[in-house]
Design a protein around this ligand. Structure first.
Ligand SMILES: [Zn+2]
Length: 169
């Protein structure tokens, strides 16, 4: 038995079954049965979709979708990190919107695109494996509608909370 064969024939990180066919998925090595179970039990957003949402819509939304993807995969640590990123991003957006300091639009746009690309790329390899295992895409419409609603609520709240500024000018 080669070293590779011994390493491969270890316990599945999800169910503990010894399997010679473990494959990496996210940060775990899973047996084929667990991969099938995960892929059939949930739908995921592709890395390309995450990038699109992050770049064109809002990086916070992409971070939330990434967190949901990891939650569905049972990757608690990665999901927690993505939720923390989403909260931090949301606070940053709030601070930027509420601040008196004018930040050039080009800088904001550049940061948003960079974050979107980064978030999408971080899920690329996992999505490729999910796709190869037959994973289906989650709704592409709902996150967009939800994000637009949240953004609209955010802007409306800001206009009401900032007397003498905003749309009345
Ligand atoms: Zn397993």
């Amino acid at each position: 038995m080669t070293v590779d064969a011994v390493a491969a024939s270890a316990a599945c990180d999800r169910c503990g079954t010894f399997s010679p066919d473990r494959k990496p998925l996210g940060s775990r090595q899973l047996c084929p049965a667990c991969v099938t179970h995960l892929v059939q039990g949930a739908r995921f957003w592709s890395s390309r979709y995450l990038t699109g949402v992050g770049v064109l819509l809002n990086p916070t939304a992409a971070a939330v979708l990434l967190a949901l993807n990891y939650q569905r995969l049972g990757e608690a640590a990665k999901a927690r990190q993505a939720w923390i990123n989403a909260v931090v991003l949301l606070l940053c957006y709030g601070a930027v919107l509420a601040t008196e300091v004018q930040i050039p639009r080009g800088v904001l746009l550049g940061v948003g695109i960079g974050l979107g690309l980064y978030l999408g790329r971080s899920f690329h390899e996992t999505w490729e494996r999910l796709k190869a295992a037959g994973a289906q895409s989650a709704s592409r419409v709902l996150p967009v509608l939800f994000t637009l609603l949240v953004l609209a609520a955010f802007v409306t709240a800001l206009v009401f909370l900032t007397p003498g500024e905003g749309l009345t000018e």
